[in-house]
Design a protein around this ligand. Sequence first.
Ligand SMILES: C[S@@+](CC[C@H](N)C(=O)[O-])C[C@H]1O[C@@H](n2cnc3c(N)ncnc32)[C@H](O)[C@@H]1O
Length: 344
Amino acid sequence: MLREMLKDFEAAKQVGERSARGAHWDIFRPDFDRLIRTEALWPRFRQMGVSYRFDDSFHTGNGRGKRDMLPSYAALEEAKPWRFDGRAVQIRIADFMEKVAGLLSWEEVAFLSECRIGSPPAVPIEDRDLKADWNDISQVFFAMQLKKLFELGAGGRDARPVFLEIGAGYGSLAAKLRKLIPNLQCILLDLPEVNAVQRYYLSEAEPGATVLGAAAARDDVAAALDHADYLLLPAAMAGQVPAGHVDLAANIRSFMEMPISVVADYIRTVQRVVKSNGQFFCANALEKTTSGDVVRLGEYPFDENWSMVSPPMPLPWQPHIVALSLRRGAAGDRLRAALDSLTA
Ligand SMILES: C[S@@+](CC[C@H](N)C(=O)[O-])C[C@H]1O[C@@H](n2cnc3c(N)ncnc32)[C@H](O)[C@@H]1O
């Protein structure tokens, strides 16, 4: 598997970068392939700094600042286990479940929870025969929201519905959605380093699935799309996703960390690839500045051909982040007014 990860990483490098990463995501060293080659690291990647910034479990349960938690390459290559404060994680999970009461059940968590791959900091849940991982549990919440959206939308009745996620972290949401919608095709657009992590995660999560990446797609995206259950594409290949191919697109907690020009470019991509009557779930901070730009959800440049499936929903445990559920098609009447009302 590490060989496939490397092949995709090399292919993505040849494709090149389409745009600047911005201050928030300019964090990977150019020799990231060193980490890919470090075999001992991968079975523990979720308790190491590999998924720093795209896995909130990494800094949950420690009292230190996030920066202090970023280990050096030397520490990563030694693959030393990470000590975490399990009680703090338990408290955070209990608080989360309280906040999402009525929206997410323990049964849904039990069905979709995954806390094995990459040895995340999983903790036992009091009074239940269950262990959970903090970041994973938030992905369970999103999976259930997206399943509902699918049922309402264009893809709900398709034999092979298509999900596109831009900025997917290590890939857990896509894996959960395929558990809920087994014939779903998932296309993930991300940075090449994160695509590598996604390939590891998804190949472990679903060993029988066809996982393809830049090496397979670079010369023939159509053939890759014919075969892939998961297609992991570097950001620079966004233009190769065919028009009208996608039933449901999602961007969760990611546009908010990109430069404004990159967000605008991705919104054009989403508008091109989502089918008529398809949907877009966009959950981002009202305002965030870590990319170097002031990125405001209310100012995202959506065109006129979106309507709202439901009113904007602040995430119950992160109310500064608001989820928009949008449908592509006839001009919506209330989206502009709703966006204008979103102020930090
Ligand atoms: C904070 S993580 C969010 C992960 C996941 N969606 C969640 O909410 O837990 C942000 C994601 O955006 C990705 N990302 C950053 N810049 C990107 C870009 N220019 N194109 C695509 N993805 C990007 C990161 O690699 C990461 O997967």
